[in-house]
Design a binder for this molecule. Structure first.
Ligand code: NIG
Ligand code: FE
Length: 435
């Protein structure tokens, strides 16, 4: 087993100590003292906080895939035999990013539509004219599995080089059994090819109503929830299920059908809600036990109340608002309500064709109103919680996976968000190995 002692670390951020962080779990404690944030105590069941200003001038020991221990250089223990030593030379360390919402597997891009938007067309108008998601569906249905895999692998290589160690990937551009299966198998193949990452697969067959069912959405939803999802679950192709609740897409009765199917099969639900309209989907999803509600650009008081009373993670996607020019989700308000705000990229060819986590971090501060350390938590430990992964990734903790970013040139952690869109000098370690 490889054992690496990393020496001369400038600072370690994102430390969590104490109880394991689990969704709906116990109060997060930090080595005995309660973690406070913005002046108020973190008491919400889901709040998995972590500490961003900590041990300076430190060592950290990695064994195999895991973090074993760390401490100040002044107190460095003698090295166990057969330990490799790596001098961080003052670089700072933080946990690798977790991206809980991507559509990374897709075929081709949509520059034509983007140019139409630059000239005034809206995302909804383009979709109504047969473009948008349906554009990507037509191209995905034609794509060979190997071509789809090659194209998706290039993106995966890029996102991991930027420091994302765990991510979720949705289907949803196939909308028929074979094409959705092709997408899900692509995601599983990527997970197989990159065992140093955690890659989770979400079935989003309820992304849009396919042309074959244009006049009969109910039959399509029945097909997906009663026939297709059980098969994919049985084949081990999916970890989560998702739906796009929106006017012209799927309604509350369809969300109910998905919640029922997911419950039957023991699959957690994620749901695209409130991107363009408020239709009661947040409350329905929370009450139905959804793991996350994603987007929330439009949010009313009843939605906020439902989130406060539930256990569902709010996942915000500022890259989508940036690219579509739509309102941003009320991140500050959600954080002030004590909710464990999560931020993801929503990377996809239509509404967010970018996954640079450092740009997403800046947008989280500038546009969602989060402070840099809150934004870092949103993209690490909270994001991990929303994928049910917070016992393994998302913070620096003893026994957690050694998926770490080494960064230089930082004045404090805010530097990462301050240079918007820039990727700082970076080395990435995933599960104990440097890329
Ligand atoms: O999360 N809102 C629905 N789905 C995607 C966009 C998909 C597309 O335009 O291709 C999203 O923004
Ligand atoms: Fe999305």
């Amino acid at each position: 087993m490889n054992r690496i002692q990393i020496r001369n670390i400038g600072r370690i951020g994102g430390i969590s100590e104490g109880e394991a962080c689990t969704h709906g779990g116990n109060l997060f404690t930090n080595g005995g003292s309660l973690f406070t944030h913005g002046g108020s105590l973190f008491t919400h069941g889901r709040n998995e906080g972590s500490i961003w200003s900590s041990t300076e001038n430190a060592w950290l020991l990695v064994e195999g895939k895991h973090i074993i221990d760390w401490g100040p250089m002044s107190d460095e223990p003698s090295l166990p035999p057969h330990t490799e030593v790596w001098d961080a030379n003052g670089a700072w360390v933080m946990p690798a990013f977790v991206d809980p919402h991507t559509h990374l597997v897709h075929s081709g891009t949509r520059e034509q539509e983007w140019k139409a938007r630059l000239q005034g067309a809206s995302y909804q108008e383009i979709a109504a004219a047969g473009g948008g998601i349906m554009h990507s569906v037509r191209s995905l249905r034609k794509a060979e599995f190997s071509a789809l895999l090659d194209e998706s692998r290039i993106r995966l290589e890029s996102i991991r080089s930027m420091g994302v160690g765990s991510l979720e990937i949705k289907s949803g551009y196939g909308l028929d059994f074979d094409s959705e299966s092709k997408m899900l198998r692509t995601t599983r193949m990527l997970a197989h090819e990159y065992p140093d990452m955690n890659i989770h697969s979400t079935c989003l067959a309820l992304h849009a109503i396919p042309p074959e069912y244009r006049e009969d959405a109910n039959s399509y939803v029945r097909k997906v929830t009663q026939e297709w999802i059980p098969v994919w679950a049985e084949e081990g192709l999916i970890d989560f299920v998702d739906i796009f609740c929106e006017r012209g897409y799927f309604g509350l009765e369809h969300l109910d059908a998905l919640l029922e199917c997911a419950h039957r099969l023991g699959l957690p639900v994620r749901a695209h809600v409130n991107q363009f309209s408020v239709m009661g989907a947040v409350k329905r999803a929370v009450e139905g036990g959804a793991l996350s509600v994603d987007h929330l650009e439009e949010l009313d008081d009843a939605d906020l109340e439902a989130l406060k009373n539930g256990e569902t993670y709010p996942i915000l996607l500022p890259g989508c608002s940036f690219f579509l020019g739509i309102p941003y989700a009320p991140g500050r308000k959600l954080a002030d309500a004590g909710l464990p705000v999560v931020v993801g990229s929503d990377y996809n060819p239509g509404s967010a064709p970018g996954f640079n986590p450092f740009l997403t971090l800046s947008l989280s501060c500038l546009k969602l109103g989060l402070m840099p350390e809150e934004a870092l938590n949103a993209m690490t430990i909270h994001a991990a919680g929303s994928l049910q992964l917070s016992d393994r990734v998302g913070s620096i903790g003893r026994g957690k996976e050694a998926s770490l970013l080494f960064l230089s040139g930082l004045k404090d952690w805010s530097t990462l968000a301050y240079h918007f869109g820039q990727i700082p000098p970076l080395r990435v370690m995933l599960k104990g190995r440097f890329l």
